[in-house]
Each structure stands twice: as C-alpha cells, then as structure tokens.
Ligand binder design. Structure first.
Ligand code: E4P
Length: 236
C-alpha cells in the first residue's frame, strides 16, 4: 500500500518525507486555505519536496473552467495530479485530462456507483471519503470493500483506490487488508502509526540493560575494529 500525506503544510511534508515513507501528497481547497499562502507557490514547493504524485484540486464547477484551472496547475510540475469533484462536469473534465495524458484524482466519492463512473471516466485515482461516511453513521470501510471488489472484477478499470478522509490507523489497516492501493494520511495519523506502548516499554528496558554493560557500539575499543582484529564483513 502506498502512503500519501493529506496536507498542504510544507513543514509537515518536509518532516514526513524525510522518513522515506511518503509516496505522494494530497491537498484540497480547505487544506490550502489553512496555509494562508499562495496556492501555486505552495504547490511548487510540495512538488519539489515529494517526487511522487501531488494532487491539486480545481476550484471551478464547470468543465471548461476546470480544464483551464487544471492545465495551469498541471504546468507547475510533472508530478501534479489534477483533482476534480465527482460531478458530471468533473467527470467530463476527468475524461478530457486523461485523454491529454494528465492524471486525475476524482474526489468526494461516497458511493460505489460513483466509483464506477470515475473508473469509466479514466480516473487515475478515486478518493472515497471513509471518515465523512463514518461521521454520518454509515460505514466508510464498507465502501472501500465494495470499490475494491468491483474494480478487481474488471481488469480494464485501471483506477486506483485512494482511501481518503482517514481518521485513524484502523482505517489504514482495514483498507490495506482489502487491497486498497493508496491511503492518504493526515500527518498526525502517520505519526501515530509508529506508536505502540510495548515498543516504548521494550526500548526503555533494552536501553537500561545496555547501559549496565558499560559498552558503546561506536567506541572502537569495544567493537574490535581499532586493531583490525575482528572482521567487518557482514554475514547474511
Ligand atoms: C483528500 O484527498 C481529502 O480531501 C481529505 O482526505 C478529506 O479529509 P477530511 O474528511 O478529513 O476533510
């Protein structure tokens, strides 16, 4: 499963990209508004930090203006993916961008029927919003299961399932079990995925026991490399 991060915050993107775990970035108008910065400048910076796909969403609602906005956004960098809403105009724009060779992320998907339309419009990604479905008492993960099943039944559907509106690690784990291609994670959720109390406890105990040995792995007196007496060759 690939991980995108769901933010337009350059500091967060830089920090998390350094983990080597970030395959791409998704933004939306709300995330860009939070930065208080110029969209094109922010987009340029994100694309320079992360070489993978960076989704940039159009703000227009009619196909023609979506196409003009999307072409402008796509010119910012080679890794820009144009994000359009799952509306008739959005899907017309999706087809046009796809035919031009520009990848599209169809966003605001809340049903399997919509996901079928996105695939037929040639979307590179469809973004089902699991968290927002959970918020209204539906089961967002059921939608992921349905879309994965449907797409798997039709090998000519090349659209990837990009799990969006992720609220916790369980959304990621369950979607991964279903075979969803990508999850886009708010930074706090990616950070939370590292954590387990037994990891912290175990590490604390190992460090305490290690301190008792009085040794330092980097100290050449104790690692045996000072006089070349021990081989540094690795064993498989
Ligand atoms: C990403 O592409 C979506 O815009 C985002 O995941 C929506 O998340 P939210 O429901 O937390 O706003």
């Amino acid at each position: 499963m690939r991980f995108f991060i769901d933010t337009a915050d350059i500091g967060e993107i830089r920090d998390l990209a350094a983990t080597g775990l970030v395959d791409g970035v998704t933004t939306n108008p709300s995330l860009v508004a939070k930065t208080g910065r110029d969209f094109i400048e922010v987009l340029k910076e994100i694309c320079a930090i992360v070489p993978g796909p960076v989704s940039a969403e159009v703000a227009a609602t009619d196909t023609q203006t979506m196409l003009s906005e999307g072409r402008l956004l796509a010119a910012v960098a080679k890794n820009v993916v144009i994000k359009v809403p799952l509306t008739p105009d959005g899907l017309k724009a999706c087809r046009a961008f796809t035919d031009e060779g520009t990848p599209v992320n169809v966003t605001l998907c809340f049903s399997a029927a919509q996901a079928i339309l996105a695939a037929k419009a040639g979307a590179r990604y469809v973004s089902p919003f699991v968290g927002r479905l959970d918020d209204i008492g539906a089961d967002g993960l059921d939608l992921i299961a349905d879309i994965v099943e449907i797409y798997n039944a039709y090998p000519d559907f090349t659209t990837e399932v990009l799990v969006a509106s992720v609220r916790g690690a369980a959304h990621v784990v369950e979607s991964a079990k279903m075979g969803a291609h990508v999850a886009t994670l708010p930074p706090a959720i990616l950070r939370a995925m590292f954590k387990h109390p037994l990891t912290d406890k175990g590490l604390e105990a190992f460090l305490a026991d290690w301190a008792k040995t009085g040794q330092s792995i980097l100290d050449t007196k104790t690692n045996g490399t000072a006089n070349g007496s021990k081989s540094t060759r690795r064993r498989a």
